[in-house]
Design a protein around this ligand. Structure first.
Ligand code: GCV
Length: 652
């Protein structure tokens, strides 16, 4: 024991000395009161412990409280955990806690470009400051925040990757960033462009089966690992939205992924190969990932993970889970969530996302009978042989804004992603509560109503934007605000709202039943039949799977048309409730942050009205029925709303 304690003291010193050099007077440390976890406990690092390398034990012994871990990173996680427990009133009494992460790799995906813009970023330019001096303090703060919630990986650049990313000078800079983050247990990964051998290396082809191409990638991997020995691996978007990929050379996704996996294997690197693929020719975009990937099951190397967006289309306010999660048993898969609010009002709307994450993770795929939830599959419980490592990704909502995420409450989705990736059994409520307590106040008079606001906020946004399974009726390209009427000459049909809502005088919604696109058949039974039957399809996904008559009777007795209008209005009313809750929260929050949230809620309320008024009037032209009298009537005529054109880009 003595021997272990002396090791522990040394390592605790090592940990605190590597975290103490940073000034704390700049960007706020959000939920952390200060950078270092200030806990009173003995820290013991014992490499012989039978524990996940990131795991820890917190235990009260007659000699006092101690944190035990197998690695320094595990010890750091234990220290942050105890710090959190102390600050949220959970550290009283005798402690005997053992924690190991649900996923081995808990990764943020930054869609940051080398010109420092951030694709779908709503919180300022890239924190990596490409081409400028490396911002050591900023990155240290970022690393601390991540370590405190268990995030241990960062993909630094946009999946729409430029081949330039693999240039020597960018790799050297990546190595500097990796050096800053290493003490916090964070590994760096890069998104790579599949054409890099030709575009950057000057080869004639990027065909994955060409020996010179393979050699080029092998040399590049050797170069990267010589600079960054603990480099995590590659993220690849291939043959998707115009990006190059193996299909350009008549090869499969497996050929492409395996070629990269082979060159990373000697260094323990992984390939995260995205399944976000769809083509304008497809009659149903929601079916395409399964169409292209399910038959490749078993053909991928064991250091490849297929990275799949939570839903089959694209991070909509509500989607069913992607059926691909239920279709592969010999291939490792990981979920990609979007923390940045591309389809949820950017950083103007208060939307706490762990409820959405949880809804996906808890969905049963029935892949191997009942209980094969997305969580059970991707954490490797359902098919352990297929999972040499497990991972989960979240597209970051982080930028240079003073508050990091653009909206004070958007921080809670970053926090929640990390906490849930660490422990999938935590509830959205537990996570929201501890975030509120650490970020604002532990006073229950404050916590209770604000917690309620957070927990209902995702459903509110679904209601005022796209209730009952409606999806992708956003304004063209930038995706802020409603444009269900959008028509652009020559545009891909699957980039236009009418492809998705299919409103006509008979009804609204995408028929994905066996009589329609047949997408329901990609789900395992009993789900396929449940979704196929309008009477058993969950109402919150009704218009996702069915084209429903306007006069269809809903379970509450209203017609579809009435229910749609009621939902739109309920979303608006909910935001007004949030405004009252926040007004009452004033005594518990500093003036600056209180005012920032108040101002954003004002925008959200106005946007919610915009959504409601635009959608009920637009769809009313098809239903031929008036907006029910009992709800608030639209203020501005549809013609006027159609004229709203925002000059926004899809990156900041
Ligand atoms: C990074 C959607 C977004 C794109 C994004 C793409 C993807 O289409 O609108 O900005 O590109 O998804 O996830 O690859």
């Amino acid at each position: 024991m003595n021997k272990i304690i002396s090791m522990a003291i040394a390592s605790a010193i090592a940990i605190s000395s590597c975290t103490s050099a940073v000034k704390t007077d700049e960007k706020p440390l959000l939920w952390l009161s200060s950078g270092e976890p200030a806990v009173e406990a003995e820290v013991i690092v014992d490499t012989t412990l039978d524990l996940h390398p990131d795991g820890f034990i917190i235990r009260d012994t007659p000699e006092g409280r101690c944190i035990m871990a197998k690695t320094e990173t595990g010890a750091l996680y234990g220290m942050y955990a105890l710090d959190r427990m102390e600050r949220t009133g959970q550290a009283e009494g005798e402690l005997d806690i053992l924690e190991e992460p649900s996923y081995d790799r808990r990764i943020l995906n930054h869609w940051d470009n080398l010109d420092n813009t951030v694709e779908r970023g709503y919180a300022g330019h890239s924190i990596w400051h490409w081409g400028e001096e490396v911002p050591v303090e900023l990155i240290t703060r970022y690393a601390r925040l991540n370590a405190s919630i268990g995030i241990n990986g960062s993909v630094l650049n946009n999946v729409n990757a430029t081949p330039e990313m693999l240039r020597r000078d960018y790799l050297e800079r990546t190595a500097k960033i990796a050096d800053i983050m290493r003490p916090y247990g964070i590994h760096v990964y890069l998104a790579v462009n599949f054409s890099s051998p030709a575009a950057l290396g000057g080869l004639e082809t990027s065909d994955p089966l060409d020996p010179q191409v393979r050699q080029w990638w092998a040399d590049k991997a050797a170069e990267i690992y010589s600079l960054i020995p603990d480099f995590g691996g590659f993220l690849v978007k291939a043959n998707s939205e115009g990006l190059p990929g193996p299909q350009d050379f008549g090869r499969t996704h497996a050929d492409g992924a395996n070629m990269l996996a082979d060159v990373l294997k000697p260094y323990d690197g992984i390939v995260m190969w995205r399944a976000f693929v769809y083509s304008p020719q497809s009659p149903d975009r929601a079916s395409q990932a399964c169409d292209e990937f399910a038959s490749l099951d078993g053909q991928f190397r064991d250091n490849v993970l297929i990275q799949i967006k939570n839903g089959p289309v694209d991070f909509q306010p509500r989607e069913p889970f992607s059926p691909l999660f239920g279709r592969m048993s010999k291939t490792a898969m990981m979920v990609e969530f979007q923390i940045t609010q591309e389809y949820l009002g950017f950083s103007n709307h208060l939307v706490y996302l762990p409820t959405l994450f949880k809804e996906c993770l808890d969905s049963d795929t029935y892949s191997n009978g009942e209980g094969s939830t997305v969580e059970a599959i991707t954490t490797g419980r359902t098919y352990p042989e297929a999972y040499k490592t497990t991972a989960v990704a979240g597209v970051a909502n982080i930028g240079r804004d003073a508050n990091w995420c653009g909206h004070e409450f958007a921080q809670s989705s970053w926090y929640g992603f990390g906490r849930m990736a660490w422990d999938t059994s935590l509830t959205s409520e537990e996570i929201a509560r501890e975030w509120l307590q650490q970020t604002f106040s532990t006073d229950e008079e404050f916590v209770k109503p604000v917690l309620d606001m957070m927990l209902t906020s995702r459903e509110a946004v679904v209601d005022y934007m796209m209730p009952l399974g409606l999806h992708h009726i956003f304004a063209w390209d930038h995706h802020y605000g409603p444009e269900p009427w959008c028509e652009i000459e020559g545009a891909r049909p699957d980039w236009l709202p009418k492809y998705y809502h299919k409103a006509d005088e008979n009804g609204v919604g995408f028929d994905r039943t066996r009589r329609g696109s047949g997408n329901v058949n990609q789900y395992n039974e009993p789900l396929a039949s449940t979704y196929d039957n309008i009477a058993t399809c969950p109402e919150n996904l009704l218009l996702w799977f069915h084209h429903v008559p306007w006069t269809y009777e809903m379970s509450n007795g209203r017609t579809l048309w009435e229910e749609m209008c009621h939902r739109y209005d309920a979303g608006v009313q909910k935001v007004r409730e949030y405004q009252s809750i926040w007004n009452a929260a004033k005594p518990y929050v500093d003036a600056e942050r209180w005012e920032a949230v108040r101002a954003k809620l004002e925008i959200q309320e106005s946007d919610a009205r915009w959504w409601r008024d635009a959608c009920v009037q637009y769809f009313g032209e098809f239903s031929g029925m008036p907006v029910p009298k009992e709800i608030e009537q639209p203020e501005r005529p549809l013609d006027q709303l159609k004229k709203i054109k925002l000059d926004l880009k899809h990156h900041n």
